[in-house]
Design a protein around this ligand. Structure first.
Ligand code: HEC
Length: 199
């Protein structure tokens, strides 16, 4: 008879390892579903793509002690209302363009990427676009020809011409408008926004 106590036996620890691995696999699966739910467009924090048809405000929420996007009245992008499918196609084009041109080489999106250029999460709300009326035009001119249309030379950093077409620029703008409506728990902190018209 061996005098090893039960809690020091190999068999006991083997069972522990199997149990912990199996338990954590189940937790991981549950968390994956939970995350998928939380990051899918049309959920609480990530709006449906058709949000590009509305004015996006950004207001201080005293209860949460942070700024949060507020979806306002109708404010069609490029002068037209988009169905959910059209909006999705446009946002998809923008996201693919951002990936294909590797904008994250310089910028961050939701905090991911490089720190050479400004975070783009709330770029749609940047006061640098002047006012709501000029924003779409200025953004599209900037994206298709950043060298000629740069606005803030204070940093002495400049965005190169990445060969973005007019159509791709429309996609990127839709993508940035949608992104600005994502509730990011106040990220990036201390961001000042373009004055919004209306109430
Ligand atoms: C080589 C680095 C670099 C790359 C790559 C780059 N940018 Fe930029 N971007 C900059 C810099 C620098 C600025 C700031 C320019 C200025 O202030 O005039 C900027 C500014 C911007 C702005 C204005 C930001 C704001 O807050 O108003 C937008 C929008 C933008 N970039 C989008 C893009 C997109 C979309 C891509 C990919 C297609 C891209 N950038 C790729 C360097 C880059």
């Amino acid at each position: 008879m061996s005098d090893t106590p039960w809690w020091a036996s190999q068999d006991f620890w083997r069972k522990c390892a199997i149990f912990v691995t199996a338990f954590m696999a189940v937790v991981l699966i549950l968390l994956t579903f939970h995350t998928m739910d939380a990051i899918t467009s049309g959920s609480d924090r990530v709006p449906a793509y058709a949000v590009i048809n509305y004015r996006i405000g950004y207001e201080f929420d005293a209860e949460r002690n942070m700024y949060a996007p507020v979806i306002g009245e109708e404010a069609p992008l490029f002068g037209a209302l988009h169905t959910e499918d059209d909006a999705r196609a446009l946002v998809d084009l923008g996201k693919l363009t951002v990936q294909a041109k590797n904008c994250m080489n310089c910028h961050t999106l939701l905090g991911n990427g490089a720190y050479y250029a400004p975070d783009l999460t709330k770029a749609w709300l940047d006061p640098g676009w002047g006012n709501e009326q000029s924003r779409e035009l200025l953004m599209s001119m900037f994206l298709t020809d950043p060298v000629a249309n740069a606005r803030t030379f204070g940093t002495r950093k400049r965005m190169p011409d990445l060969g973005v077409t007019d159509e791709e620029a429309r996609g990127v703008i839709a993508f940035l408008k949608w992104l600005s409506a994502v509730d990011t728990n106040g990220f990036p902190h201390g961001f000042e926004t373009l004055p919004q018209g209306g109430s």
